[in-house]
Ligand binder design. Structure first.
Ligand code: TNX
Length: 532
């Protein structure tokens, strides 16, 4: 990469594979136009035009097809089969003299990724919501960029259960993901502390399950917290209607981001059991959980429960077109199963020799169902214990071991290990001055230095590591502002881990880029944690 001294501020995150800066510059003018070379790229042109118009106040007329009268100050978007070698998300940007700045790609998704790069080539003010004054110069260097991602799954998980996040914020989060070329929004929608997605067939999931009486105060400590003793006394509630969920899916799709919904089972289900006690093992009425930590409750494994969750998934599939559907699978305590004669009888009925095999059986039922529906199951690494359909994938959270085991068994895996990707951990070794977090220490540098492909894998096995994902669990994040403080800039570091080649990564140059990239986040109103 050569840096033109005229543009020391060039700071692309994630860093592209190939970047050459040459002499000369490009200016966007009131006369600049956007050429949509093919019909398919028109929506990309619209997306780009909207962004450019907002900040510059220029009209950016969109012209269909090719036009001979285009020049240096124009932009062209073109599908080009020769760029296909860069994969489904790759793109090229060229700025030849007398030619428009051209973003070409094999797919519209590639064009979309290229648009995000173009926005980063321009002054940070391009992210403004309102036009700058007339004299502002929209200038950028002449560049040649050829770029494509290292991993196909570049994710961020947002827990909207422990604290409900408004639709507008979910969109903002997705928009900032797009800026970083992250492509998978894993939406944690159900858990013990709330059920946050409307399910028409089972309305009590939200009328009862989306509201908890209160929230525990302070940090979770099983020894000291007794129900009712240290709650805040404030009900917490919220859910997404199916219409809102569809709106979010469409908003994400316009940014080439896939939304992968998560419906937890068989553990992490207090909210559903509170709504429909027949789903539980004890028949006892429970409340939507008000404390953090792991609940002792678990779904019962009756056929009626399996059918109930298939019904839920049918509605989920109608909203979310993603290839993968996340079924949770983590932290399911088996005491209620082991202590129930009815469940023990059920084990022999389904051929499970203990409660662990019963969990596998439960997951396999869902796996089979999703496979029949043409989708793929993904779940936290506990689902690996007991055999899975070949298409199922694993999210390795308890370290990278789950990813290694999955890859060795031929399953795809997304690395989401807590030691490197849990954005609910403290951001500094010294917690003084840091807001309350769950535990640990995960600095920006640790995230950046993380290599997702474990050494233990052969090159063939390593192909099953399809990506990496950051987790934003929100037990201690009551507001969008706190989410942003915890997620950024660590998610920017993770985005570079996920997109850029391992050999090109260099923390000190990332830090230099980041300090300028933060101007973009400032303009976007992201309340990131300031750099040390
Ligand atoms: C473990 S990671 C959980 C979550 C918590 C998180 C807090 C996982 C699959 N389960 O329920 O929110 O730790 O860090």
């Amino acid at each position: 990469m050569t840096i033109n001294p005229l543009y020391p501020e060039l700071s692309l995150i994630p860093q592209p594979n190939k970047l050459t800066v040459s002499d000369g510059e490009i200016r966007l003018l009131p006369t600049s136009r956007i050429f949509a070379t093919e019909e398919e790229v028109k929506s990309e042109a619209e997306f780009l035009a909207q962004q450019l118009r907002r900040a510059t106040g220029f009209p950016f007329e969109i012209i269909d097809g090719l036009d001979t009268a285009k020049d240096d100050n124009d932009i062209a978007l073109a599908l080009a089969p020769d760029v296909s070698g860069l994969g489904s998300e790759g793109y090229r940007i060229t700025t030849d003299e007398g030619q428009p700045l051209t973003i070409s790609a094999g797919t519209t998704c590639g064009i979309g990724r290229g648009i995000q790069t173009l926005l980063q080539l321009l002054p940070a003010a391009i992210f403004d919501c309102g036009p700058r004054n007339k004299g502002f110069v929209w200038v950028m260097p002449r560049v040649m960029i050829e770029d494509s991602p290292r991993f196909q799954w570049r994710g961020a998980m947002l827990d909207c259960v422990r604290h409900f996040m408004p639709v507008e914020f979910v969109k903002k989060f997705i928009n900032v993901m797009a800026l970083h070329k992250l492509n998978t929004f894993h939406w944690h929608l159900t858990d013990d502390q709330g059920w946050r997605l409307e399910i028409k067939k089972y309305p009590k999931l939200t009328s009862v399950g989306s509201r908890r009486r209160e929230t525990m105060l302070g940090h979770y400590d099983a020894k000291h917290y007794q129900s009712g003793a240290s709650g805040d006394g404030i009900p917490h509630e919220g859910f997404y209607t199916q219409e809102e969920a569809r709106e979010i899916v469409a908003y994400a799709a316009a940014r080439h981001i896939t939304v992968v919904p998560e419906i937890e089972m068989p553990g992490h289900n207090d909210a559903a059991i509170a709504a429909y006690p027949e789903l539980g093992c004890t028949g006892e009425e429970i409340q939507v959980r008000t404390e953090w930590g792991i609940s002792p409750h678990i779904l019962n494994p009756k056929q009626s429960t399996i059918e109930f969750f298939k019904d839920i998934l049918r509605e989920v599939l109608a909203i979310f077109p993603s290839e993968f559907i996340h079924i949770g699978g983590d932290e399911a305590l088996k005491c209620e199963w082991d202590g129930s004669p009815e469940v023990i009888a059920r084990m022999s009925e389904v051929g499970a020799k203990d409660s662990h095999e019963l969990q596998s059986w439960f997951i396999r039922c869902m796996d089979r169902f999703l496979t029949e529906q043409g989708r793929r199951l993904v779940g936290w690494d506990e689902i690996l214990e007991g055999g899975l359909a070949p298409g199922a994938a694993v999210m390795s959270w308890r370290g990278v071991e789950g990813g290694i085991a999955a890859a060795k068994q031929g399953h795809d895996a997304v690395i989401s290990s807590y030691g490197h990707t849990y954005l609910d951990y403290y951001q500094a070794a010294d917690q003084t001055g840091e807001p309350l977090a769950i535990c640990g220490c995960l600095t920006l540098e640790m995230v950046y230095g993380f290599e997702p492909i474990p050494d233990e894998l052969t090159p063939d096995e390593a192909k099953h590591i399809i990506g990496v994902q950051g987790q934003v669990w929100t037990e201690y994040m009551q507001t969008p502002t706190k989410v942003e403080y915890m997620a950024f800039p660590r998610l920017a570091a993770l985005a570079e881990v996920a997109w850029s080649s391992a050999s090109s990564r260099n923390y000190s140059s990332f830090r230099a880029h980041l300090s300028r990239h933060l101007q973009r986040l400032n303009i976007l109103g992201v309340s990131y944690r300031p750099l040390d």
